[in-house]
Design a protein. Structure first.
Length: 214
């Protein structure tokens, strides 16, 4: 692991407890998000899901309670400890792994690969590695849940302090995914958030009144 990735993992180890305090708030947000996503995507054929950068497991929990078989992956040991504790009793598999190093999972192991608020914190070269690994692991769909282009002063300030690649991400995510994966669909799931969805079989998972981009 290079120095910058090691520092990132250590940072998330330090703040895992703080993130855990927001588990139930995040869980409610993800429940609303998946309800909106279901209005656009046909998820009837999706049974298995991998959540890359799962953090404290809030999205994993919502997915599991909706009947999906879920695997959560994160590079932070303490985040995973929070996830295991807060989803106790739910049928979720948690694995420690670094997506940028490649995950020890077979091609097409999951119907859906998703990451939530992970991509904007990476520089472009690492985002492309993330997208390729998600595409490799997904049999049907991959989805990047992250910021859209509707900015706010608070978000701009916070993301500047965090030192991620937020500003370039929101300008280029659609083009990046089109170059890497081909057709995508952007689903606004909140005022400042979207699911950037790629179907492995172009258009097959989108509802009849929805047209993929690309």
């Amino acid at each position: 692991m290079d120095d910058s990735r090691k520092e990132s993992a250590e940072l998330f180890d330090r703040i895992a407890g703080i993130y855990g305090l927001f588990f139930h708030i995040q869980r409610r947000m993800y429940a609303r998000t998946l309800e909106r996503v279901g209005q656009t995507l046909n998820l009837e054929g999706v049974e298995t899901v991998i959540d890359i950068g799962c953090g404290t497991g809030a999205l994993c929990s919502v997915l599991a309670q909706q009947g999906f078989r879920v695997t959560g992956v994160d590079s932070s040991r303490r985040m995973l400890r929070q996830a295991v504790r807060r989803t106790a009793g739910e049928d979720i598999t948690f694995v420690r792994g670094d997506v940028l190093q490649g995950l020890e999972l077979e091609d097409g192991s999951f119907d859906l690969a998703v990451c939530s608020y992970v991509a904007h914190g990476m520089d472009q070269s690492r985002r492309l590695v993330l997208y390729r690994e998600m595409c490799r692991l997904s049999e049907k769909l991959m989805a990047v849940h992250d910021y859209n282009r509707t900015r706010s002063v608070i978000t701009d300030a916070v993301e500047t302090l965090e030192g991620g690649d937020y500003f370039q991400f929101i300008e280029e995510v659609t083009q990046e995914l089109q170059r890497e994966i081909c057709s995508i669909k952007v689903i606004d799931v909140g005022k400042r958030s979207a699911w950037y969805v790629c179907a492995k079989e172009a258009g097959s998972s989108f509802r009849e009144d929805e047209t993929p981009v690309g």
